[in-house]
Design a binder for this molecule. Structure first.
Ligand code: PRX
Length: 636
């Protein structure tokens, strides 16, 4: 992973390292002016901090208690309160001056655009709420959403939340098999999809993929299909309905469900250390408290600004900072459906100039790809509207940070390197715009978050020494459980270091208390910022008729951060060949999706294993990268 090289690490650890201080203008505009004082105050009493943050939302009934830790680690926030996530993101803006603000600006690769004011979005969502209720959808139902980055995905998510149904968004780059697994685990009743999605000038027929998933999912009773590309699609008349027909004639007002603050709002599947993805559950009450507070403080948003997060709504970044965060804050969210270099490598900069984007939130892999095209592309565009920049998904290497700062932010826009996870719901370790920055560091925990770097026993690691990144206190937008698997929730997050949330990441802190995230300790890969489990990829290989066993590792890639290298044992009598390699790559693409990029496959006779038969991926990786093998006492 291109985190920090040796030279950069020496620079990081030397106290003379240059800090990038915020300008007077940034400080004078900032929502939070006195960074250190706010951090200290929140650390004194995090519960008080979060209670105060919760006042930024509207509650149908206030809470009896801010935090109930009696059944920890199943923490409950704002117990006794009644509320609704969609009400806070949408309904409460109606009748205020925000209703005329643009809620969504959408553009696709081909240049088509659509825009919705808050009032229009509210009406679209209400029509869908009424239509869903018309087919019997209700509180607690699970509804799967497999759609591209188009306004209808926002309508669908908000409509589910408004009726109290639990949405499960599955990234539209996942395969039919991956979609089917997620639908089955959640026992979803309804599926939202689209005819197609644009990708590099080509249309991907999403409906076809959805159909192939639905074939094995008996729970799905209705498939609602948004028309995006005029793709020819097959229709199953008993189940399928066009989105337009579904909402036709529906009233533009709808009642909002009164939810308990701890009722699940959504489940989002993410990769872990086994081949089965985990359904991360987030709640109606606490989730928006953390998301609103972070978007307002980290990205320093003002009332009528334009926020562009380049993720996809299928990931947590999209949930929190394309859909819910900007809407909770009443600002405009920009949705772009397409790749950043079509028709030319200046597409992103063109969009920023065209819509006068104020805050850009993107990923290191994308910055590195843009760096490769060169600074001449952003130089073609005027981007004085930009005020704050953001980075997320993987460590940003200092050289990419500096390029982003110089050529995109024009040495004027602070970069918020935000560390967080699907499970945390919100930015956890991040600067605020008034903090002095060090390229490559995510700076410090957000106010109200107590993070630490520790050894196996939970003892704090000294400055400069790597250790496990943990969170010592609960926070409102934290994962509540793993869907239908509370035991796995405890085992994964709460049993590695006593009393603390285990992030699965390694990090170190420098002498100034700045955090430097180094990557995962477990078998989770980060391919272009996308989270994929090694076990998922291995089980995909093993499902091929020629394969006996597979071990996969992540190897560094200059643009994608990591790509996959696989070691495969073939069945007896099967001859290794380039054709077979290609077939196996396609197998992974088919079972997981195009995000699982396999760089290379080696056919081997043996895999390094422990006595209990577990593949030692660490050994595979050390050999591949020419690193010391480390402790091999358990190696057979
Ligand atoms: O390893 C960390 C990395 O991404 C993981 C979480 O992945 P996911 O749940 O898909 O969420 C990604 C977007 C929030 C983390 O455990 N990660 C995320 N942000 C950063 C990061 N690593 C370093 N720096 C970051 N800013």
């Amino acid at each position: 992973m291109p985190t920090i090289n040796k030279r950069e690490l020496t620079e990081v650890l030397s106290s003379s390292q240059k800090k990038y201080k915020p300008s007077k203008k940034i400080i004078s505009q900032a929502n939070v002016k006195n960074y250190e004082a706010v951090l200290k105050e929140a650390a004194r009493n995090p519960e008080k901090f979060w209670e105060e943050a919760a006042q930024d939302l509207e509650w149908f009934k206030p809470w009896d208690k801010v935090l109930d830790a009696s059944k920890k680690p199943f923490f409950k926030w704002f117990t006794g309160a009644k509320c609704n996530l969609a009400y806070n993101a949408l309904d409460r803006h109606i009748g205020t001056k925000t209703e005329k603000n643009k809620a969504i600006i959408w553009e696709d690769e081909a240049g088509r655009t659509r825009q919705y004011a808050y009032l229009e979005l509210y009406q679209e969502v209400n029509k869908l709420v009424n239509a869903l209720r018309g087919i019997g959808a209700k509180k607690g139902d699970r509804i799967a959403i497999y759609m591209p980055n188009i306004p209808e995905i926002a309508f669908a998510m908000l409509a589910c939340a408004k009726i109290g149904a639990i949405h499960s968004v599955v990234y539209a780059g996942f395969s039919a098999a991956a979609l089917a697994d997620r639908i089955k685990d959640a026992r979803a009743k309804i599926l939202f999809t689209a005819d197609g999605s644009f990708r590099r000038g080509k249309v991907i027929n999403l409906k076809e993929i959805a159909d192939s998933a639905v074939k094995s999912c008996k729970t799905i009773k209705k498939v609602i299909v948004a028309k995006n590309n005029n793709e020819k699609v097959k229709f199953n008349k008993s189940k399928d309905i066009w989105y337009k027909d579904f909402v036709k004639g529906q009233p533009t007002e709808a009642k909002c469900a009164r939810m308990d603050s701890e009722d699940p709002a959504f489940v989002l599947y993410t990769s872990g250390t086994t081949s089965k993805p985990k359904g991360v559950v987030h709640a109606h009450g606490g989730y928006p408290v953390g998301v609103l507070r972070t978007i307002k403080w980290v990205f320093d948003l003002k009332g009528d600004e334009i926020f562009w997060c380049t993720a996809d709504p299928g990931w947590i970044t999209g949930h929190s900072y394309i859909i819910y965060g900007p809407l909770l804050a009443g600002v405009t969210t920009l949705m772009y459906e397409g790749v950043p270099d079509m028709p030319a490598p200046d597409r992103m900069w063109r969009i920023i100039e065209k819509y006068k984007v104020n805050v850009l939130y993107t990923a290191p892999t994308l910055i590195r790809a843009m760096m490769k095209y060169g600074a001449k592309w952003p130089a073609k565009h005027k981007m004085p509207s930009l005020r704050i920049l953001g980075s997320v998904g993987e460590p940003i290497n200092p050289s990419a940070w500096k390029w982003y700062y110089k050529y995109i932010g024009k040495n004027r826009c602070p970069i918020m390197d935000t560390w967080w996870q699907t499970e945390t719901g919100m930015n956890m370790i991040t600067p605020l715009p008034t903090a002095p920055l060090k390229p490559g560091s995510a700076v410090k925990p957000f106010p109200g978050i107590i993070a630490d770097v520790v050894d196996k026993k939970g003892k704090r690691a000294p400055a400069g020494k790597g250790g496990y990144l943990i969170i010592r206190n609960p926070w409102p937008s934290m994962i509540r459980t793993i869907y239908k698997n509370p035991k796995r929730y405890i085992k994964t997050y709460w049993s590695k270091v006593k009393g603390a949330y285990f992030t699965g990441d390694v990090a170190f802190r420098d002498k100034d208390g700045y955090f430097w995230i180094q990557g995962r300790t477990d078998d989770v890969l980060k391919i272009a910022g996308h989270r994929i489990g090694t076990a998922e990829v291995e089980s995909s290989f093993v499902s091929h008729k020629s394969v006996v066993e597979a071990g996969v590792i992540g190897v560094p890639d200059p643009i994608k951060g990591e790509v996959i290298k696989a070691f495969i044992i073939l069945k007896q009598g099967i001859n290794p060949s380039d054709n077979l390699k290609q077939e196996l790559k396609m197998q992974v693409r088919k079972t997981i999706g195009p995000i699982a990029v396999i760089k290379d496959i080696d056919f081997v006779d043996k895999l390094p294993k422990t006595r209990s038969g577990k593949i030692m991926r660490r050994v595979l990786k050390a050999k591949e990268l020419g690193l010391p093998l480390g402790d091999t006492s358990s190696l057979v």
